[in-house]
Structures are given as structure tokens and as C-alpha cells.
Design a protein around this ligand. Structure first.
Ligand code: ADE
Length: 266
């Protein structure tokens, strides 16, 4: 169909080697990623290592050498599943694990610039180290906590990367206006009604929508939003602010924000 693909070449072919392929419905069936899949902007090949076993029990794991709790995923079925993904054009092999490099916006953009990648999703206590040493190009973590498997982490990566494919976000939405793009957190958002709740009771923020947003003055609104983004980043993620240069205007907006906070007692 004409116009279905925004631009030739900007299609990303994901693959996942997983014991739980059905989990991936979370990104294929709903929301922005689901719609982008239907639009042909990305694809997903699922490869179950159980389908690459040769024994009657379809064994995919065994006890760890040296003892200890849990099971370790066998190298051989994973190796064969990765071969199948590679034959389908699998690209770089990314193993999801808490030991990996921590995912951030820069990494998402890097991945969004490639055309294919294969996620290796571990379960149990992990994957035989020899398989990792021979087949994995990158080890990636989505945070300093332990998930029960790599699938949720792989889906987090898929979702974040798909949002960056041109055309994945509908209509006026733009990946350029989101948190982190500019090294800052997002500004707060409001929608109708202008006062909520009606009695104005409770909460840490006023019930009234900030007047600037109702003013229709585009430049003032832009500056208010920038100031809020700067202020929030200062309050919540000073590490991000330290890593970003501020121009004179931004510095003034932030100082203003800080002064107001100081007066109202941060
Ligand atoms: N697998 C288990 N925990 C994980 C994490 N935090 N990030 C990526 N993959 C994982």
C-alpha cells in the first residue's frame, strides 16, 4: 500500500530468543508499538530454544556446575535458536541481564539507527557463560534490579526503540518533544477541566491549571514549559542537569524557578 512505509530502510527487524514467546503480545498487540507493527514499521521473529532441542524431554536447562540453587540455560539449544535468527537476518545479538550496560536514551537512539537486532532472553539463574562469550555482541540492563527473565527487558527496549521510528508516533506527536531528548525531564501536563477537584482540596499542586497555559501566548507557554522542565530536572535528577550546559536564558529561567521555590519553601 502506498505510503505505508514512511521511508524505505527505516524498518527495524527485531528477533527474540525466548522460552516465552507469548509474552511479546504485550508489545505486538497493543498501543503505539502494536499500531506501528501493523503499519509495517517493525517486525518481530520469535525463536523458542525448546524447538531446537534434540531429546524427548526438550530440555533447555540443567543444574549449575559447582552446585548452588536454580538452573542454567543450556548453550546448545540457544546456539541453534540464534543460528535460526541469524539466518533470518538477526543483526547484533543483545543479551538482557542485570550485568549489562545500563540502557539510556543515547543507547535507544543508537539501536534505533540499526536495522536488525536479536534479543537473547535468559531465564532461571542465567545462561551458560560459553554461549554468552561466543554469541553475544552486547549485554544490556534496564536497571539495577532483577527481573525473572529477559523478556520484559527486551520488550522495554523494543517499545523505546519503536517510538523513534519515523511515523510510529501518530499525527502531531513527536519523539523530539519527550523527556531526555534535550537532556531534561518533561514539563507537567494539564487537560480539562480548568479546576480539579472542584473544592480545590488536598494534593501537592494547586487545583487551578497554571494561568500561562490558558493564555494562548505561545512564546510564554514555551518558556513556562522550558522552565518547568529545568526546575523538575534540578529537583529530581540533578545528575542530568550537571551533564548539560545551560544557555543564559535557561540559566535565568532556572534561577527564577529556584527563587520561587526558595520563597515557598521547596
Ligand atoms: N534480566 C533480569 N533482570 C534484568 C534487568 N534488570 N535488565 C535486563 N535484563 C534482565
Amino acid at each position: 500500500m502506498a505510503g505505508r512505509l514512511v521511508k524505505a530502510g527505516l524498518v527495524i527487524r527485531f528477533h527474540a530468543v525466548t522460552l516465552f514467546p507469548e509474552m511479546f503480545a504485550a508489545v505486538t498487540a497493543s498501543g503505539i508499538s502494536g499500531r506501528a507493527l501493523e503499519a509495517g514499521l517493525w517486525s518481530l521473529g520469535l525463536w523458542n530454544p525448546r524447538d531446537f532441542t534434540s531429546d524427548n524431554y526438550r530440555t533447555v536447562d540443567d543444574r549449575p556446575y559447582g552446585g548452588g540453587p536454580g538452573m542454567v540455560m543450556l548453550a546448545e539449544p540457544l546456539d541453534k535458536a540464534l543460528d535460526a535468527a541469524r539466518q533470518a537476518g538477526g543483526g547484533k545479538v543483545i543479551y538482557l541481564s542485570p550485568q549489562g550496560r545500563k540502557l539510556d536514551h543515547a543507547m535507544v537512539m543508537e539501536l534505533a539507527g540499526t536495522t536488525a537486532m536479536t534479543f537473547l532472553c535468559g531465564r532461571y539463574e542465567g545462561v551458560d557463560e560459553r554461549l554468552i562469550g561466543r554469541r553475544v555482541d552486547e549485554e544490556l540492563s534496564i536497571g539495577d534490579y532483577v527481573l525473572s527473565g529477559g523478556e520484559l527487558a527486551a520488550m522495554a527496549v523494543i517499545d523505546a526503540v519503536v517510538r523513534q521510528i519515523p511515523g510510529a508516533l501518530g499525527g502531531e506527536q513527536s519523539a523530539l518533544e519527550e523527556s531526555f531528548v534535550d537532556g531534561l525531564l518533561d514539563c507537567p501536563q494539564y487537560t480539562r477541566p480548568e479546576v480539579w477537584p472542584q473544592d480545590g482540596a488536598g494534593g501537592k499542586v494547586p487545583a487551578q491549571v497554571p494561568s500561562t497555559l490558558l493564555s494562548g501566548h505561545h512564546e510564554n507557554i514555551r518558556r513556562w514549559r522550558l522552565q518547568q522542565a529545568l526546575g523538575r530536572t534540578w529537583l529530581r535528577r540533578p545528575d542530568l542537569l550537571a551533564a548539560r550546559k545551560l544557555n543564559d536564558d535557561e540559566r535565568k529561567l532556572l534561577e527564577d524557578f529556584q527563587r520561587q521555590r526558595g520563597e515557598s519553601g521547596k
